[in-house]
Design a protein around this ligand. Structure first.
Ligand code: TEU
Length: 551
């Protein structure tokens, strides 16, 4: 398998709106990132993934782009971007931008033109269809509620929007669209960025018959109807030929809707398409038939098996990214750990999993200090269009709003979007103004400043385990070999490379576990408890990393 900087590096995702506000308007901005760049560098980060900063009306917080060639007003100017890129490169780090080209904003000039008339030169930049039986062309559901078609009075036709009605899908069948996309990619690559995270890229090729779907489960609809369309690989090969192959860069596909079996069609080294994939198996694990707001239980066995299936599927041919949180999901320590009873131990254990599985680790802003889900009590505190649309559907259908709000307290995307907590100051020191979204009330106890000063903090554990990963190529390139034991709450696996074995032992529970001596032998490299354990027991949420001498 080829060795690459993007396999050895660690990714840190910035959601600029909530990162740091430098001018007191309550919204994070580029100057704020510049001011805090050393927080990221000191963590040991190599690659920064920056969520969209392009001009946008923010219907979906920047994932609805109205001008790919300019910076969103609230975030600053292009000159600020140039300074940020230089500061990142000066520190030996790299920058990935978020490429959102499955759709644009309806305020993009292409769509403004497209909707003017059926013979407008931009008409075919988007997907228009006449009414069928006086209604939408089919029954496809939008990711964000309602039908995926919006009627436009001007020309009496519907346009497709898999997300909000302000995010019309681009028509990738039109080679002028593809050319314009490649052009904007070159613009940013020529400015010196180091790659793209490609938003919902498996959705760009549509099944043009636009037949009704009879599938119930939303994740099935994504997999079988929206993703992996007939020309998706043709388009990605063309993108690679026209753009990606001409730069020293990395391309990471947001792999929504891809199954393990399909992974290497996108990221196989010989495929000439993308380099890496963010897969969704574990992130959709508790999504019921109707998605995130219809949660279902799952077992740790299922959770671990997802990572094993993806590792097997990628093999030595492809490469994945390992993540447990981003701007679309609840906070990882609240979702997969025990934030109430074992906040510090479980946050560190999850970090140990994240940095020792095979694949490029990607951490999300605030997870390095164990930020938790937010304590919103009423719908007015939420900001996410996905949640607010769903709430409106609940209201219109007369369903139970309290039950919905209770589910939102576990499942909403806004949990990841509250202001990053920098200091024990109002709003966590994120802004001197009123934040666009309320800060978590626990900013006094959970913040960067406090944890920098505490050698046993989650922040300092992240620094240690990132350093460990850099010291041991076995943690990057080593084969991943799970070890089965009868206790379903304890996960053990080896990473093996050239005779060296690193063993990771994780107790995903508050129960003490008696480990057989052999499992625990080896040189202790890292443990998430500050006092060592001599009795061969694994304490609640204990993580241990051991090295076995060269065999
Ligand atoms: O996300 C697509 C996606 O799959 C997730 O949004 C998730 O499926 C969704 O939240 C359903 O629960 C990407 C971006 O990461 C997200 O922020 C955007 O809202 C979306 O695409 C549209 O651009």
């Amino acid at each position: 398998m080829r060795r690459n900087w993007w396999k050895e590096g660690v990714i840190y995702q910035i959601y600029p709106r909530s990162f740091f506000d430098s001018d007191g308007d309550g919204i994070g901005d580029l100057k704020g990132i510049i001011q805090k760049i050393d927080h990221i560098h000191k963590l040991g980060i190599d690659i920064i993934w920056l969520s969209p900063i392009y001009k946008s009306p923010n219907d979906d917080n920047g994932y609805d782009i109205s001008d790919y060639y300019d910076i969103m007003d609230e975030f600053g100017k292009m000159t600020d971007f140039d300074v940020l890129l230089n500061e990142i490169h000066k520190r030996g780090m790299r920058l990935l931008m978020d490429l959102v080209v499955n759709h644009t904003s309806d305020e993009h000039k292409w769509f403004q033109e497209s909707r003017k008339s059926k013979d407008n030169p931009y008409r075919d930049y988007y997907i228009w269809r006449p009414p069928v039986n006086g209604g939408p062309p089919n029954n496809w559901p939008s990711f964000f509620g309602g039908n995926a078609w919006e009627f436009d009075e001007e020309t009496g036709e519907y346009y497709l929007h898999l997300f909000t009605r302000k995010q019309p899908d681009l028509n990738w069948e039109n080679e002028k669209v593809r050319e314009d996309v490649y052009q904007l990619m070159r613009f940013w690559l020529d400015k010196g960025i180091d790659g793209f995270r490609m938003d919902v890229i498996p959705l760009i090729s549509k099944r043009l018959e636009f037949e009704d779907t009879n599938l119930e489960e939303f994740s099935e609809i994504i997999h079988k109807v929206y993703a992996n369309g007939p020309r998706v690989h043709e388009f990605l090969k063309e993108m690679n030929r026209e753009v990606l192959s001409k730069y020293d860069m990395v391309s990471i596909g947001e792999g929504v809707g891809i199954s393990p079996e399909q992974a290497n069609l996108y990221v196989g080294e010989s495929r000439g398409e993308l380099d890496m994939i963010f897969h969704f198996g574990h992130m959709f694990i508790d999504h019921g038939v109707n998605g995130r707001m219809d949660p279902k239980p799952y077992s740790l066995k299922e959770f671990f098996e997802i990572f094993e299936n993806w590792d097997k599927a990628l093999g030595n041919e492809g490469w994945g990214s390992i993540y447990l949180g981003n701007h679309d999901f609840p906070r990882m320590v609240s979702r997969f750990g025990d934030a109430e009873n074992y906040w510090k131990e479980s946050a560190k254990l999850l970090a140990t999993l994240l940095f020792s599985l095979k694949g490029t680790p990607s951490i999300y802003q605030g997870d390095e200090i164990g930020m938790t889900n937010v304590d919103f009590q009423k719908i007015e505190e939420y900001r996410d269009v996905e949640l607010l649309n769903a709430y409106r559907e609940i209201q219109d259908s007369g369903r139970n709003k309290q039950a919905f709000l209770k589910t939102a307290q576990k499942q909403a995307r806004d949990h990841a979007r509250t202001p990053l907590q920098w200091a024990p100051l109002p709003h966590g020191g994120f802004t001197t103004g009123n934040p666009w979204i309320r800060a978590n009330s626990n900013w006094k106890n959970i913040n960067v400043a406090q944890q920098e000063a505490d050698p046993t903090s989650i922040l300092n554990y992240y620094k240690e385990i990132i350093q460990l990963r850099k010291m041991y190529p076995t943690l990057v390139y080593g084969d991943f070999e799970p070890i089965r034991i009868e206790n379903p709450n304890v996960y053990i696996f080896d990473r093996k490379l050239e005779g060296e074995t690193i063993r990771v032992i994780l107790n995903f529970s508050s129960e003490t576990h008696i480990c057989t001596e052999s499992i625990l032998s080896g040189k202790l490299l890292l443990c998430n408890y500050s006092t060592d354990e001599t009795m061969g027991r694994l304490r609640a949420w204990e993580a241990r990393v051991l090295e076995f001498s060269q065999q």
